[in-house]
Design a protein around this ligand. Structure first.
Ligand code: SAM
Length: 235
């Protein structure tokens, strides 16, 4: 939870002053985990960039009623878009990656299909990642949700026209990062087995900068977080 802020709850619908019913996981979280009661202040968000202070009005086993009292627009987003593309790491490491990218303010995540990818996420896995985005947004105070894109092939992604965006691809052994020049960035990291020479050549031809992150081999999620942090802090 953000310091000094009421417990936050996500609702996938339009919000405005007035009465709103929460159901499912959010109602359970409010009533059973946070043990909130009528009169307690909460904060709702739906990903539209605003947050909505509210008061709990009624708490039942499966549904909770709250009353939205206003709307505010705190500045918690990055001043420029950051898109990160990686093949999904295995198991819980994918959730970890998405949680941290959400906390860092990343705009969009694209799961990549590369020659050496191992994980090929289906609908259920992508839905779980979306739930992780919501949980991390509740915790970090984000009011805009990180977008999780569909599985995209590296060749298609590498060649996509991105006018005005700096595109950086992390590759073991490449030259160190230089000072950033632009603002919005697209960042790509390879699978555990690395990008193939052909994939790196495709990226160079399409205008990507191929950059190194130091002499040690980082796991996919570590490399993605290092590259993202650098892109955010060095603009
Ligand atoms: N043996 C693989 C190779 O040499 O490419 C290791 C792949 S690494 C576990 C997974 C991905 O993280 C890489 O494809 C790259 O995108 C990124 N990565 C890991 N360590 C890196 C480093 N020191 N410099 C740049 N990228 C790195």
């Amino acid at each position: 939870m953000v310091a000094g802020m009421a417990d936050r709850f996500y609702i996938n619908s339009r919000l405005a002053p007035g009465v709103v019913e929460l159901e499912g996981a959010e109602a359970h979280h409010l009533a059973t985990v946070c043990r909130l009661r009528p009169g307690d202040p909460v904060c709702l968000f739906n990903g539209d960039g605003h947050e909505y202070p509210a008061l709990v009005r009624m708490v039942a086993r499966r549904a909770v009623v709250v009353e939205v009292t206003g709307a505010t627009t705190p500045k918690r987003e990055l001043p420029f878009p950051v898109e990160v593309a990686t093949p999904l790491p295995k198991g819980d490491r994918a959730q970890f990656l998405i949680e941290k990218l959400t906390e860092l303010g990343v705009t969009a995540f694209v799961p990549l299909q590369t020659a050496r990818s191992v994980v090929h996420p289906g609908e259920a896995k992508l839905d779980r990642l979306q739930r992780t985005v919501v949980e991390a947004s509740k915790q970090s105070g984000r009011n805009v949700l990180l977008r999780v894109g569909p599985l995209t092939s590296w060749s298609e992604y590498a060649r996509k026209e991105r006018a005005g965006l700096r595109r950086l691809l992390a590759h073991v052994g490449a030259g160190a990062l230089s000072k950033a020049s632009g603002s919005a960035v697209v960042l790509a990291v390879g699978p555990e087995g690395g990008f193939t020479d052909k994939e790196i050549a495709e990226a160079r031809t399409a205008g990507w900068e191929v950059v190194g992150l130091g002499p040690r081999i980082l796991r996919v999620e570590t490399a993605a977080l290092v590259l993202t942090t650098w892109a955010i802090m060095c603009q």
